[in-house]
Structure formats: structure tokens, C-alpha cells
Design a protein around this ligand. Structure first.
Ligand code: ANZ
Ligand code: ZN
Length: 824
């Protein structure tokens, strides 16, 4: 065996072997427990970046570890292959998106293989392949049949000069990314998925997501944005009209000193037309509707408004209050109108101050009197209701219930729940996406493409001019079709689907990637699902995960799969930084994984990236760290190389005879336990690696300190270390394993088991005194170092009580017996 480790030879050789032996092929085995490890599939940009290396190295460790633990592991990989960059490449470089994408896939797959990742490539899927998007279209039709896919007018970003819809990312500072013209809002017919049908379930099923980071659950919850409140009806003076407002604080109704309508509110037109304010109001509205939603609601955006001259009547107090129009009220939330309570709402307070509208305090803290004049900001805290005839003296909560009951009884309002979540707009005026399987017929209207006609294939002979609408609209062969119902000439839908649709169900396709009867085989999905461990970036905390959860619930309702949630355990990995900044091509601060692979090999790259930080934290790239990982692997290699003759010659099994043997054996079991718990439960792969490093140090110590070597024990320890290291450094450990004479792959061995008995140290009892009086006792390892002992002693609760406020002036240690702390 060579003294020096040559990764170049070793890595390639074993990658070939694994592929030939189909080591990572996964098949349904009823009598075996399954474990599904999944990393978010990448967009095939063409080249791996360090974020990928981190994501996929993490997943690979879990997959290999669970496999050694005896699970039937599913670990697939594929491509989220539709999307804008392919189309841009087509425009800029005159390459067809299809060619560009498949070339990139080939490239990246090669790079994945160089990393030694244990994927079952037979399950590979690509969302741009007709065999895949056929089923995305099928899913669309299932949603459509259930009334969960619908078409509706919606406001989109429109570039008047390119004559096209722009995605939000293509709008830069209100201007078109391509031609710099000002982008305007335009109403267009768009396709939506009715995710709002599942709002309550999406919230309620958070209890099934025990193993998700709290942070992600909170982000989803906020995104859904459930608010409990009430709708209250205000009459308009001198009119038959009723103005409904949504409020989360009906308890503050006595403090409502004015009303605000969103500029787009349908009542506006009706109420102001013909009044002397008409012109002024309409001019104002035209100005405001140019701002987009984000701009309008931003907390530092100046609130602007106008008085309509109209009065509304408070249904409880019968007081007349002015009706304003303002930018800070949005049409698509609640009812698009509010009762403003400036004393207790920050936005209303700011607005009321600016326009000198009255402010009335109706909630007071328990022990303080508030007056409108003193208020420097809205009082939004808890308290007692005041200045509110019916509600005085109640808590805000009691008042809420009382006023709702009152309003409902008198038909002046009702309890209501509102959500921020909107239906999912899935139409894209783009070429490189899944065509929406719909046909328009003058006779029959909107007609589904029959399932037997799927897939609706993307035509290839289209023109990419970079201007105008979706290239599909101009592909006559595609657009012109025959109505499946009446046989007359008809037109195809030219929009494609948002790529988030493609990625909302791919994890199901992996369970039966070649299934031709449906999107997936229910029996297989029920065996493999849920995904036991899902790993990906925090940037997908909201949309991708929410959409996937929605799809899963829908498919569950339709009886296609037994589960309601797709992902059991979620790990969100941190970013890879260089000098504190996120690695990014546009900033030019990247480290190319290929270069690292070339200089150090895959095992070093993997080990470094897993060791440098806990998975969910950001990781700062550093070259010394990489070299450290390299040194460690070489150290393990030499450990085997230098002892191989001796240990290969001994039989299996060992006896512990000396103290040194016992300690080495103990260290081994400490390591096995730590690595097992760190991967399997804590998911802290960095500390798992430290534990392996420590036991390697213990072996070197054993070899150096003592003349009498127990080679049977040494063989045991070295072999177990190789097994522990196998998920992290799969190539080198495979080579070492085979050098030791084994014919079966190291990755098919059983995971080492630890023995708690072996971990126990001989313990002794130390008596602790403070100023000569016995205050406590503690069990410590017999060989504890004096410094450590002094530390442990002071940590004891009972001792701490006697140390409080005192200064230790002396520490007397009687070895193996007693510690006396002298304090003053
Ligand atoms: C009176 C009130 C008094 C309010 C008070 C708040 C505090 P969330 O929690 O986000 O649901 N609101 C309602 N519809 C709105 C719209 N379309 N655009 C802007 N603001 C709107 O917020 C609900 C509260 O936001 C509602 O309760 C309403 O102001 C405002 F002390 O009504 B509130
Ligand atoms: Zn027809």
C-alpha cells in the first residue's frame, strides 16, 4: 500500500466501480424500512457552485449513513429545467433553449459524479422533458376539474414598448429591464391555482411539521397571514350605499374618527361623480394608482390622501365621519376600506396628524390616563376600554366579543377572518415552460386538452426575438388546432406555467419515474413517501415549500397518495460566503468547485464544507480550512498504511488487557456514539467530524505512547473509524476498506454500534468543602485533570450558593479525595 494518498487515481476508480455495481440503485422492498433523502433539485445553469456542493454533500452523508443503518434508502436527483435563463441564452447567444438546457444537464451531471454523490441516476427526472411535463399538464387538468385552476383578469407589469408582460424580476426601478421604458400596470387574463382553498389546512397541519425549523414555519404563517376580526357596515350619508370595512379591532369602534377607501374601491366612482370634488379626486387617484403595492404599503412611504367630501355614519354612535381616499389602503385586502382609529393604529395616527383629523382615545393602559393631546404615537398596547358607552371598563378582548355579538344581532356587521395569502398566479408569457393544456374554441369556449392527447409538446421551431409576446403566440403550427369537442378550428393557450408548478411535485415522480399511467404510482409513492429528510436553501422557505404542501394536500384529497405533507424533516442550509459576502458570479467572488476538485479531490472538498460550520449556519470559505481537511485525510491514510501489515495479519476479535487498551476502546465508543447522534439526531455534521478527528488522535497516541500494541484491538478501531468516515469521505474509505482485504463495498457495511458500558470511565467521588465545611460531593473521572476538576467543583449548585458574592482566594486539592475552596 502506498504511503501517500493519491486521490486522482482512487476517486475515479471507485466512481466507476459504484456505477458498474449499481450500488445506489433503490428498489421497493416491502419488508425493509425506507428512508427518503432529498436535496432540492438544481436549475441546470451548467456549472456547480459551492452552494450546490454544500447542499449535496449534506444530503449524501444522510443517505449513506441511513443506508449503513440498514434502511432502504431512496436518494434521487434531477433538474428543475424550465425557466428564464435558457430563453435569455437563446436571445443573446442564438442557442435553442432545449439544446442549452440539455448540454448543461450533461455537464452538471458529470460534475455531480465527480463529487461521488450516491444518487440513483435511474430515477433522474428533468422537468423540461415531455415525459415529465406531460404529468405537470395532467396535474393542471386535475386541478381544473376540481375548480382549483381558473382564469381571471389580473394586474400585471406591462412594458408598452416591448408589448409584453414582464415578470417582477424583469422590472428594475419601475422600468423594463430590456428597453428602459416605464412599466405600467395592465389588466390581463391570467391563470391561477386556488391555493386559498387550502389556507386553513396549510396552517392547521403545522403540527405535522415538528421537524421543521421554527423559523420556516413562522415565515409560512406570516405569509398566509391569518387575521381574525370583523366586517362592520357604515351607512353613507344621503345615499343608499353601505360601506363595509374589515377591522381586526372592532373593540375600537368608538375611536373611528374617519374612513378610508382604497383608490380603486368601486364606491368611489359612484359617490364622487357629479360632486364638486369629482375632478380633484379623480386626479389624485390617477396619481396613486401609478405606485405599486410595495411602494404604497412601505412603512416609510409618505401617506397621502384626499377628502371626498362624503360622510359615513358610525353604526354604533351614529356619528358622521369624513370619508377619505388614501394610498395606504389597498383594494385587495379585506374589503378595501377601513374605519380609521388614529389613537390606536400607527398608520392612521400618522395620517390623522398630517391631515389634522380628530384623534380619540378609546383604550387605556390599566394604570395611566391617556389623552389625545399627549399621544406622540398610536397606543397599540393592551388595556381597558374608555370613552365607549357600551364597552367601557372591558378589556380589549372582552370588548371585541361584545361588540361583535351586538353587531351581529343588529345586522350591522359580522365576525370575519381574513388572509394575506392570494391565489397562485401561474401564467407566464414565456416559451421555456410547461404549456398550459387548454384550447379556446369559438363554439365551445374554454376546452381542456383530453388527457389522452397529453403532452401538449413545446414546438421547437420558434423565433426568439427578445421583443414582443411569448414566442408561442407566433408559432402558428402550435397555436392553430382543432377543438376536441366540436372539431372546428380552435386556438391553443400560449401561456406556459410558472416553474414553481414543475417543482411542486417532482419528489413524487422520483418514486416511479417511468410510470406511464399517471404522474406517479400510488403504491410506490405510499411506500417511499414522505421525504424523510429534505435539504435546501432558506430562500425556498415560503413559495416552493408552500406550493409543494398545497399539491400534496390536493393529491391526498383526490386519493392519489396517503400523506398530507410532503416533507417530514427539513434542513435549511446556510450560504457559502467568501470574505463575509455571499459567493456570487455577478460580484466575481466565487471559488470554483471544479478547481477544488482538481487540486484536492472530492473527499477533501466534502469534508471541508461539512466541517467548516453547522449545516444551517453560513459558512466562510477559507483555504486553510481546505488544507486542514486534506491533512486530516492524509493522516487517516497513513494510519492505515503504516500498520496495514500488522493488522491484516491478525484474526478478528480482541481482548482488552491493559489500561491503554481500555482507554482506546473507550475513545472508539465515545466516537461512535457522538457520530451516530450527531448525524442521526442532531444533524450537526461538523461535530460528527470532530469526533472522528478525536478518535484518530487517540489511535496515534496509543501507537506512540506504548510499546506493547494490541493489533487485534488496533484492527477493530481502525476499521470502525473507516466506517464512521465513510459517509463523509466515500472514496478514500472505500480504497482503505479494500486495502484491508474486503471485497464488499465499505458503503454496504453496517453502521458501527456503540456500547454504553465501554464509554463509562472509572469514577471517583470528590468531597467539596467551602472554608473547610463539606458542602457537596461530585462524581468525576478517575483521571480528571486538576484544572478540569477545579472547574467542575465550582459548577456544583450547592457550592455556587456559598460562592455567591464571595471571592475565592485559595483552592486546595487533595488528589482523588477532596477540594477545599477558601473564600472571603
Ligand atoms: C381599525 C383598527 C384599529 C385597526 C386599530 C387596527 C388597529 P391585519 O392584522 O394585517 O389583518 N386594514 C384593513 N383592510 C385594509 C386594507 N385593505 N388596506 C390597509 N389596511 C387595512 O390588519 C387589519 C387592520 O388593517 C384592520 O384593522 C384595518 O385597520 C387595516 F386600533 O381597523 B384596523
Ligand atoms: Zn369547439
Amino acid at each position: 500500500m502506498k504511503e501517500e494518498y493519491n486521490f486522482k487515481e482512487v476517486e475515479e476508480q471507485w466512481q466507476k466501480y459504484w456505477e458498474e455495481e449499481e450500488l445506489y440503485k433503490s428498489e421497493l422492498e416491502e419488508d425493509k424500512d425506507e428512508y427518503y433523502v432529498l436535496e432540492m433539485f438544481p436549475y441546470p445553469s451548467g456549472n456547480l457552485h459551492m452552494g450546490h456542493v454544500r447542499n449535496y454533500s449534506l444530503g449524501d452523508v444522510f443517505a449513506r449513513f441511513r443506508n449503513m443503518e440498514g434502511y432502504n434508502v431512496l436518494h434521487p436527483m434531477g433538474w428543475d429545467a424550465f425557466g428564464l435563463p435558457a430563453e435569455n441564452a437563446a436571445i443573446k447567444r442564438d442557442i435553442h433553449p432545449n439544446d442549452w438546457t440539455w448540454d448543461n444537464i450533461e455537464n452538471m451531471k458529470e460534475q455531480f459524479k465527480m463529487l461521488g454523490l450516491s444518487y440513483d441516476w435511474e430515477r433522474e427526472v428533468a422537468t423540461c422533458h415531455p415525459d415529465y411535463y406531460r404529468w405537470t399538464q395532467w396535474l393542471f387538468l386535475q386541478l381544473y376539474k376540481e375548480g382549483l385552476a381558473y382564469k381571471e383578469k389580473s394586474v400585471v407589469n406591462w412594458c408598452p414598448s416591448c408589448q409584453t408582460v414582464l415578470a417582477n424580476e424583469q422590472v428594475v426601478d419601475e422600468e423594463c429591464e430590456r428597453c428602459d421604458s416605464e412599466v405600467i400596470d395592465k389588466e390581463l387574463e391570467q391563470w391561477f391555482f386556488k391555493i386559498t382553498e387550502y389556507t386553513e389546512q396549510l396552517l392547521a397541519d403545522h403540527h405535522l411539521l415538528e421537524n421543521w425549523p421554527q423559523r420556516v414555519k413562522t415565515m409560512q404563517k406570516n405569509w398566509i397571514g391569518r387575521s381574525e376580526g370583523g366586517v362592520i357596515k357604515f351607512l353613507i350619508k344621503d345615499s343608499e350605499e353601505v360601506l363595509e370595512v374589515f377591522t381586526t379591532r372592532p373593540d375600537t369602534i368608538y375611536g373611528a374618527t374617519y374612513m378610508v377607501l382604497a383608490p380603486e374601491h368601486p364606491l368611489v366612482e359612484e359617490l364622487v361623480t357629479g360632486t364638486d370634488k369629482e375632478e380633484e379626486v379623480k386626479g389624485f387617484i390617477a396619481q396613486i394608482t401609478e405606485q405599486d403595492e410595495e411602494e404604497r404599503t412601505g412603512s416609510d412611504t409618505e401617506k397621502v390622501g384626499i377628502d371626498t367630501g362624503i360622510k359615513a355614519i358610525n353604526p354604533i354612535t351614529e356619528e358622521e365621519v369624513p370619508v377619505m381616499i388614501a394610498n395606504y389602503v389597498l383594494m385587495d385586502y379585506g374589503t378595501g376600506a377601513i374605519m380609521a382609529v388614529p389613537a390606536h393604529d400607527e398608520r392612521d395616527f400618522e395620517f390623522a396628524k398630517k391631515y389634522e383629523l380628530p384623534i380619540r382615545v378609546v383604550i387605556q393602559p390599566e394604570d395611566e390616563e391617556l389623552t389625545a393631546e399627549q399621544l406622540e404615537e398610536a397606543y397599540t398596547g393592551d388595556g381597558v376600554v374608555v370613552n365607549s358607552e357600551l364597552l367601557n371598563g372591558l378589556s380589549a378582548n372582552e370588548a371585541f366579543n361584545k361588540i361583535i355579538t351586538y353587531l351581529e344581532k343588529h345586522k350591522l356587521g359580522r365576525k370575519e377572518v381574513n388572509y394575506r395569502l392570494r391565489d397562485w398566479l401561474i401564467s407566464r408569457q414565456r416559451y421555456w415552460g410547461t404549456p398550459i393544456p387548454i384550447i379556446y374554441c369559438d363554439n365551445c369556449g374554454v376546452v381542456e386538452v383530453p388527457e389522452s392527447d397529453l403532452p401538449v409538446e413545446l414546438p421547437t421551431n420558434v423565433e426568439f426575438t427578445g421583443t414582443g409576446q411569448s414566442p408561442l403566440a407566433k408559432a402558428d403550427d402550435f397555436v392553430k388546432t382543432i377543438c376536441p369537442e366540436c372539431g372546428k378550428n380552435a386556438r391553443r393557450e400560449v401561456d406556459t406555467m410558472d416553474t414553481f408548478v414543475d417543482s411542486s411535485w417532482y419528489y413524487l415522480r422520483y418514486t416511479s419515474p417511468d410510470f406511464t399511467n399517471s404522474a406517479f404510482d400510488t403504491e410506490k409513492a405510499n411506500y417511499w413517501m414522505n421525504v424523510d429528510q429534505y435539504i435546501g436553501g432558506i430562500e425556498h422557505a415560503i413559495l416552493h415549500l408552500l406550493y409543494s404542501r398545497f399539491f400534496m394536500k390536493f393529491l391526498n384529497d383526490q386519493g392519489y397518495v396517503d400523506y398530507k405533507e410532503p416533507f417530514d424533516d427539513l434542513l435549511t442550509q446556510g450560504m457559502v460566503l467568501l470574505d463575509g459576502a455571499k459567493m456570487s458570479k455577478s460580484k466575481g467572488n466565487t471559488v470554483d468547485p471544479l478547481e477544488i476538485l482538481d487540486n484536492y479531490g472530492a473527499d477533501v472538498a466534502r469534508l471541508f464544507i461539512l466541517f467548516a460550520a453547522p449545516p444551517e449556519r453560513d459558512l466562510d470559505w477559507n483555504d486553510e480550512g481546505v488544507e486542514g481537511a486534506e491533512r486530516f485525510l492524509n493522516r487517516v491514510w497513513r494510519l492505515v498504511a503504516q500498520n496495514i501489515e500488522e493488522i491484516k495479519g491478525v484474526s478478528k476479535g480482541f481482548e482488552i488487557t491493559t489500561e491503554a487498551d481500555k482507554e482506546l476502546h473507550r475513545q472508539l465508543h465515545v466516537a461512535i456514539k457522538n457520530v451516530t447522534v450527531d448525524i442521526g439526531e442532531r444533524k450537526q455534521l461538523n461535530t460528527a467530524i470532530s469526533a472522528i478527528m478525536e478518535v484518530v488522535n487517540s489511535v496515534y497516541k496509543y501507537l506512540n505512547d506504548f510499546g506493547e500494541l494490541n493489533y487485534q484491538l488496533l484492527r477493530e478501531v481502525i476499521e470502525q473509524i473507516i466506517l464512521l468516515l465513510a459517509p463523509f469521505a466515500p472514496h478514500m474509505t472505500e480504497e482503505l476498506w479494500s486495502q484491508l482485504g474486503y471485497e464488499e463495498s465499505v458503503h454496504q457495511q453496517s453502521w458501527p454500534e456503540y456500547n454504553d458500558e465501554a464509554i463509562k470511565k472509572d469514577e471517583i467521588t470528590i468531597v467539596i468543602q467551602v472554608n473547610g465545611k463539606v458542602r457537596d460531593k461530585v462524581e468525576v473521572a478517575a483521571d480528571i485533570k486538576e484544572d478540569k476538576l477545579k472547574e467542575v467543583v465550582k459548577e456544583q449548585e450547592n457550592v455556587q450558593r456559598y460562592l455567591e458574592g464571595k471571592e475565592i482566594i485559595k483552592e486546595i486539592v487533595v488528589p482523588k479525595k477532596l477540594v477545599n475552596l477558601v473564600v472571603k
